[in-house]
Design a protein around this ligand. Sequence first.
Ligand SMILES: Nc1ncnc2c1ncn2[C@@H]1O[C@H](COP(=O)(O)OP(=O)(O)OP(=O)(O)O)[C@@H](O)[C@H]1O
Length: 613
Amino acid sequence: MSLAEASLAETTESLTPEAAQGPDYLAPLRLMRGHLGDSSARLAFAIGLATLGVFAELVPVWAVYRLVAAAVAGTLDWPLVTTHAAIAALGVIVGFAAMGLALGQSHLVAFDVIHRVRLAAARHMARLPLGYFAERPSGDAKKQVVDEPEKLEAIVAHGLPEGVSSVATWLAVSIWLFAVDWRMALAAIVLTPVSFVLLGIGMKRGGTYATAYQRANARMNAAIVEYLAGMPVVKVFNRTRDSFAETSAAARAYADIETRWARAYLPLGGAFYMLVIANIVVILPVGLMLVKAGTLDLPTLLLFVILGANYSQPLLKLFNQFHGLAHIAMGSSAVTDLLAQEPQADSGRRVILRNHDVAFEKVRFGYGQNDVLHGVGFLARTGEVTALVGPSGSGKSTIAALVARFRDVREGNVSIGGVDVRDMAIDQLMETVAFVFQDTFLFSDTIAANIRFGNPDASDDQVRAAAEAARAHDFIMALDHGYDTPLGEQGRTLSGGERQRIAIARAILKDAPVIVLDEATAFADPDNEAAIQDAIAALTKGRTLIVVAHRLHTIMAADQILCIDRGHVAERGRHRQLLEQNGLYARLWEDYLHARNTPLRPANAATITQEAV
Ligand SMILES: Nc1ncnc2c1ncn2[C@@H]1O[C@H](COP(=O)(O)OP(=O)(O)OP(=O)(O)O)[C@@H](O)[C@H]1O
């Protein structure tokens, strides 16, 4: 089986009866209705104008009918011709003007609705636990906030005014035609329900590919993003061809699903397109038979031939609307799902903390089915440094993340100053805890703005003082524009160590009583590591500092070292005490010293070089 076939097979796995239900076609309307705000009157006005426009477009058809009828009756004269020509011209002008105005208004409403949906989605995301994002591809969030709401434009700006006005006009003219002659009216509309049934079947058939389409689309996006993001690794391991084959297979699978969808939908959609305007094929023979039988006069036949054959034309617009509706519906459902996600519980209570001790009591936590922490308990005291060390994957970063409620515990509790972190307002928790992440995130803004992120009200002097304390001032001043130097995307123009010192400056400026440093020294070059240690020491005064550390010499002076092993605290104490215990910490220390003192041997270097090339 080729990669593309395997990819397609995996993508179409979802075509089970349950998954094949198809998109929820009403989802865009529900999403729109919920975010229409004060624009509903304007939207109704746009629909009304569009309806007027479609009616006006039929006026020339009516004028031609009147003139032909007069000619048949022998009453045609110049005044009649000029009056009807003027009415027809007016109809065209009013039609264009009304439709133009309607579309202008409906676009304004659409931009408003899209803006509201985007804000609601972005705001809601900010209230979700961070775990929600960790479990999804990063592109998903951007799609839900940026791309999917954009699709509502087709519904609000075009679908509603054009669709509603087309159907309304069609219904009104049908009623009028029934009033004129019910037999001919029946002949005029008989094909329309058939065409709509075919369109419905086409949409249902096409809709069975909706889930597979969505999966294929997500796979393709993820494959392309990964291919581009992993380009340096791909190149250095000379795997360009293999990696491209995977990306290409995902793109092929996507194209195949699109083709299947189109094959299922287009023949029936095309039949709708044809049948909607084919009513003349029925009108003419039926009319001629009735004229021959003497039960229909010629002018009425002409009315149906001219008007009956034209008034269904606006329904063709629906074909284009429905064609894209499935994609829009799936996008709206994705946004609706996001908005339905339970936000992180927020007690909203601002509480008085008796101190800033951080306490873990019998904390159990896991990702998905797997438990990662099994009854973790410790007390990190105010004014002390508590270090978390342990083998890779033992749970150190997970413990750190629980302090700031990036995730919530499954059992037990995490408290600050005697208050469970779930019982205090999230705002208060965020004011209380500063976090320096493993991967420092810097915004595409100036250095000063990035440091000031810790405290938007800070003066220039305070920003500078924080940078000095974080030992970042000197390298900042060496840059062309000092504190006003703009940083590239995610601060890529800085080294890893420099980025971390900016992040520490940010945390210093925030002046939070609890600080969590997750491997903040991992990238620091040896020259600057001592400086960062000084900065961290300055941070500690009066604060609770929890440090996740790999470089054990940086935490030798810590007040408390917690040695984490497979999700529990295996040992605790100060550096000396733990060495004397001769347990896990002593082994980690030995390994650490050994690794520090062992230069890269030529044999190792050769192996690495061979692998890399
Ligand atoms: N988002 C996640 N989803 C599923 N499992 C996760 C997730 N994050 C971490 N884990 C798992 O939880 C365990 C603990 O991870 P954690 O990052 O806390 O370890 P760590 O001690 O900080 O490791 P390291 O020192 O290598 O950074 C690991 O087995 C890891 O694979």
